[in-house]
Design a protein around this ligand. Structure first.
Ligand code: HEC
Ligand code: HEC
Ligand code: HEC
Ligand code: HEC
Ligand code: HEC
Length: 396
């Protein structure tokens, strides 16, 4: 037992959060455009490209809120903690009590922390040299060590990829299994679990994942298809044909992805209108980040006129240590969790309307539920937009 502990401590000191400088030649996606322009374009439209403080209103306002409510931490300290997964190429990975003292007096303008947060190396969020510069992923570390704390970086200038026979005049290449036949290992570096400042685990995608061999990339990067990895002509005078994937990482923010993401069945039961949601995906829905929401809207009709509207919100609610509603990152407790588990179904019952002849049922998804949207005063319409999953009409 003792030696296991010692080993764990040793691993932590060896591997935790070692920042390796990214050379200027590789630090932003613009440097890859000359030969990988199609991939850069796809990635630019992805939410990985928006994961930085300046590019995602929800992320930004969550950080501001945490820093405002948790008076033990300065804004920069919260930003650095979140950078663990959102900006893993950051040069400073933790702050000290001395730093907090200086920051509280606003004397930290020239500090390493402030400079690291302002550096253009991290302004692109999860860019090419986050995923393609990982040398090793340390799955022997505790489950809560994620992002920057779970990886060791390559020397700057070596790109890891799926091919064992690639050659590039611009950078060295190395093949890794997490770029080829085991990509879930890469996604789980960050998409595994997250814990609040009260040590409450508010999301746990890795433990809920139920996949029989399915890979995240099959659905969120699409199937492998013929194309080119680089547009630079090879020795044949033409670019090498390769099996490649899309770099859009499309997901919850894209309305089209939600169409038919769940199957929906409805019937008139003894206690009311029974709506069954069947989730064929290998993770729960909603899943991932807390306060996502699925909404069931039922509009009861008689002779073509609306007689009643019913609505049910399937979301998680969180309480802080004083028992007040809060956001996931400050929570001590999850009070309700109405997600549909992976490869499973749940039935919800809504009251019927007297005299209704039929009912229009709409099942849709929202990125942020009303409670958290109001707490954070989110403005962009994307956060409240209902994205359609399925519509159906039932005769009663
Ligand atoms: C979130 C992680 C991630 C990010 C960010 C990322 N990639 Fe990839 N990339 C992958 C994975 C996984 C594969 C392997 C796909 C497969 O199964 O073939 C890959 C494959 C590639 C390939 C091989 C061809 C292909 O499409 O399979 C190239 C070239 C590449 N990426 C370049 C880039 C560039 C340039 C950027 C930045 C604009 C980038 N990648 C950003 C994860 C990432
Ligand atoms: C001057 C052209 C050029 C530039 C600029 C360039 N690459 Fe490449 N890259 C290539 C070529 C050529 C290949 C090999 C393609 C093949 O064999 O199909 C390649 C392969 C790759 C691979 C796949 C490696 C493997 O073993 O599977 C990745 C990942 C990659 N590049 C990432 C990047 C990133 C990230 C950047 C920007 C920081 C970048 N490249 C800039 C030309 C370039
Ligand atoms: C370095 C950490 C990290 C890694 C590695 C990573 N992601 Fe992400 N991913 C994030 C973060 C952070 C976000 C949220 C960004 C935002 O919304 O601002 C995200 C968002 C997403 C989304 C949501 C997009 C949307 O529109 O809702 C998908 C899908 C996704 N990632 C898939 C993947 C896949 C597939 C892999 C593995 C190939 C992967 N990610 C690897 C951190 C990571
Ligand atoms: C069989 C296909 C499939 C696989 C495999 C899969 N997903 Fe998904 N995922 C979906 C669908 C469909 C949705 C709902 C629509 C959307 O957001 O794309 C979704 C939603 C998501 C969301 C948003 C969830 C929400 O409620 O806001 C995230 C994050 C995500 N997936 C990440 C992952 C990660 C990480 C993996 C691997 C561990 C993975 N997915 C594997 C199909 C898949
Ligand atoms: C363990 C890795 C990790 C850490 C640390 C982390 N996040 Fe995230 N975060 C993610 C991943 C992965 C996603 C995408 C999941 C999804 O879309 O469901 C995400 C998504 C989000 C989103 C949703 C963004 C959107 O556009 O919908 C917000 C807000 C957010 N994180 C806030 C934070 C804040 C604030 C911190 C620091 C207090 C933080 N995160 C720390 C991994 C992390």
């Amino acid at each position: 037992m003792h030696s296991v502990w010692l080993l764990a401590v040793l691993c932590l000191t060896l591997y935790s959060a070692e920042a390796v400088k990214v050379g200027d030649k590789f630090k932003d996606s613009g440097k890859c455009k000359a030969c990988h322009s199609h991939i850069v374009k796809q990635w630019e439209n992805s939410w990985h490209a928006k994961s930085h403080y300046g590019n995602d209103e929800y992320f930004q306002k969550t950080i501001d809120y945490v820093a405002r409510k948790d008076n033990r931490k300065s804004l920069n300290t919260v930003k650095i903690e979140c950078a663990t997964c959102h900006n893993p190429r950051i040069a400073v990975t933790s702050t000290s009590d001395e730093y907090e003292a200086i920051a509280s007096l606003q004397l930290d303008k020239d500090s390493a922390a402030t400079k690291a947060l302002q550096s253009d190396t991290i302004s692109e969020g999860i860019n090419c040299v986050v995923c393609h510069n990982i040398d090793q992923i340390h799955d022997n570390l505790p489950e809560n060590k994620r992002g920057i704390d779970r990886v060791t970086w390559m020397k700057s200038g070596t790109m890891t990829g799926p091919y064992s026979d690639a050659k590039s005049p611009y950078h060295r290449v190395e093949q890794r299994p997490f770029m080829d036949n085991n990509p879930n290992q890469l996604c789980f570096v960050c998409h595994a679990n997250d814990t609040s400042s009260e040590e409450h685990r508010f999301t746990d995608m890795k433990s809920e994942f139920n996949a029989d061999g399915k890979q995240c990339v099959d659905c969120h990067m699409g199937a492998r298809k013929m194309g080119v990895a680089s547009t630079l002509p090879g020795s044949s005078g033409k670019p090498t044909k390769r099996l490649i994937r899309e770099h859009g990482f499309i997901g919850a923010h894209t309305e089209g992805m939600w169409k038919d993401a769940l199957q929906v069945k409805a019937r008139k039961g003894a206690k009311g209108l029974e709506v069954t949601l069947i989730n064929p995906q290998p993770h729960a829905l909603p899943s991932g980040f807390g306060s996502r929401e699925i909404v069931i809207d039922a509009q009861f009709l008689s002779a073509g006129k609306v007689v009643k509207n019913e609505s049910l919100s399937l979301t998680s609610h969180y309480l802080n240590k004083r028992g007040k509603p809060t956001i996931p990152h400050l929570s001590a407790k999850t009070v309700t969790n109405l997600s549909i588990p992976a490869n499973a179904s749940k039935t919800f019952t809504l009251p019927l309307a007297i005299g209704a002849e039929n009912v229009d049922i709409k099942v849709s998804y929202r990125l942020v539920n009303d409670e958290v949207r109001e707490m954070l005063e989110l403005k962009d319409p994307i956060w409240s937009k209902k994205m359609m999953i399925k519509k159906l009409n039932l005769k009663l």
